[in-house]
Write a protein that binds this ligand. Structure first.
Ligand code: BES
Ligand code: MN
Ligand code: MN
Length: 462
């Protein structure tokens, strides 16, 4: 891969500029106002794939946003790597908390990224990371060092639950035949502590609505006499955790696979400083489920969190009112072997059952997805570890992540393929938050590392 590395080195500025062009298009999949921009991003990406040497590039329509497909097939006897990523991004709000406009990328140095980082929505999640694959591919193709077949599948609906990807995968099993799936949409522990993500949590996301009186009421005339939906909702939510921060939904933990003491001891070897963690977030302590470390709470344990809560008067000054309705959005992060549909049902039954007289409760499920784990004994994991060893000079640590990429479990079910999660972001990169950024070190390190994955994977399975 020597010539490939030289090619990468001499094209760094161009690679960066091409990424910045993608980042300037606000491909927010959640907001229909950006429909044309999301579609435009697919076109620019497809164009770039063609220019990078991919063949049979297609913008595959779905019932939602299109999937960008491209490939380079040499020979059926060679292994095939299927690269997955997403070109859609999260909404940018609260926009006033961005130091620079979210879709006008700028490069700035930070303490953690002394070489500079690209500040823009999608810089890390996932345009920057997906684009590393396109550029690593371009380098290998142009230097005639691509050792195997490649297929790209980059979607535009990941941030809204990949609703149409499953249909696409089911209808295109032949086209997507591969030996392994490679994804960069996760992170490493730090720039000098490489790690590979070996697990993702599942997700059940619900919205709840509590209705009291049929209209908003004067809080003096009616206060004390009617169920106040906001008071009630707060109480109901508070009751979902006990004094040890265990979740109280009956049956919630029934299918949770507990890790062995050995596995937990292995996990505890990953470096973690509670002090640094707290300092970075300006908190005096961590908080969570009794009996588990912070690393465990954020990866191998299921959670229940309110993501948003609203109702009543929230404008300037005071308005004396009892609202008719109160709402909350709740996410439950799940671990193997919890099933997201089962958990959604358990939650709904429980939440309805704890509603006191005087209110009505409605629970509406949003998207969900299953957890996934990758064994570290697979050829794919080994190849990723060897690749990172090569470029970081250190053996990566296997780490389970708390985030979710529901399609990983779907790929396993529909295509029978394991996914290798070789991402290069940092937890501090503020994905989904204001001032999202992605280190230049990480962007280039990713482009340099990916070709070695191809090389070692091909050598291992040949
Ligand atoms: N790339 C993230 C997931 C992620 C980030 C996993 C960092 C591990 C480490 C992905 O784009 C994402 O945000 N997923 C959503 C779920 C989806 C169904 C909206 C999530 O985890 O909230
Ligand atoms: Mn992502
Ligand atoms: Mn995301």
């Amino acid at each position: 891969m020597d010539r490939t590395q030289v090619f990468i080195d001499s094209n760094k500025d161009r690679f960066l500029n091409e990424l910045l062009e993608l980042l300037r298009i606000p491909s927010i999949s959640a907001d229909p106002a950006y429909k044309d921009d999301v579609n435009k991003t697919a076109e620019v990406l497809a164009e770039n794939l063609i220019n990078s040497g991919a063949e049979n590039v297609e913008i595959c329509p779905t019932a939602g946003y299109p999937i960008v497909y491209g490939e380079k097939i040499f020979d059926d006897s060679l292994p095939t790597i299927l690269v997955y990523g997403h070109y859609d991004v999260q909404p940018a709000d609260p926009i006033e908390l961005w130091t620079d406009p979210p879709f006008e990328p700028v490069i700035k140095k930070t303490e953690i990224h002394p070489e500079g980082a690209i500040f823009a929505r999608g810089a890390c999640d996932d345009k920057g990371q997906a684009f590393m694959h396109v550029k690593a591919f371009e380098a290998m193709v142009s230097e005639n060092e691509l050792p195997c077949n490649v297929k790209f599948m980059i979607e535009g609906e990941e941030e809204v639950g990949s609703a149409n990807l499953a249909t696409f995968v089911k209808e295109n099993k032949e086209k997507l035949t591969a030996d392994v799936i490679l994804v960069s949409d996760t992170g490493i522990l730090s720039n000098d502590t490489p790690s590979i993500c070996t697990g993702l949590r599942g997700l059940s996301y619900v919205e709840v609505e509590v209705t009291g009186p049929n209209r908003d009421l004067h809080s003096g005339l009616y206060g004390g006499c009617v169920a106040n939906p906001i008071n009630i909702l707060s109480k109901m939510i508070a009751s979902l955790h006990d004094e040890n921060n265990h979740i109280t939904v009956p049956g919630f933990y029934d299918k949770v696979i507990e890790l062995s003491d050995e596995e937990r001891a292995e996990m505890a070897r990953a470096p973690f400083s509670k002090q640094d963690y707290c300092e970075a977030l300006d908190m005096d302590d961590v908080y969570g489920e009794e009996g588990y470390s912070t690393m465990e709470r954020g990866s191998i344990r299921p959670t229940l969190d309110v993501n948003g809560i609203w109702g009543g008067y929230t404008g300037e000054g005071a308005k004396t009112v009892i609202a008719s309705k109160a709402y909350a959005k709740i996410s439950m992060r799940l671990v193997p072997d919890q099933d997201s549909d089962d958990i959604t049902k358990l939650f709904k039954d429980h939440f309805e059952s704890i509603a006191p007289q005087g209110v009505r409760v409605k629970v509406t499920p949003h998207h969900g997805g299953e957890a996934a784990v990758t064994p570290i004994t697979s050829d794919g994991y080994k190849a990723a570890a060897m690749a990172m060893q090569q470029t970081f000079g250190k053996r990566p640590i296997p780490i389970r992540s708390g985030g979710s990429i529901p399609i990983v479990a779907m790929f396993e079910k529909e295509l029978g393929l394991k996914t290798i999660l070789m991402g290069f972001g940092l937890d501090s990169d503020a994905i989904h938050s204001p001032n999202e950024h992605y280190g230049l070190f990480n962007f280039y390190k990713g482009i340099e590392t990916i070709p070695y994955f191809y090389k070692y994977y091909t050598e291992l399975v040949k």
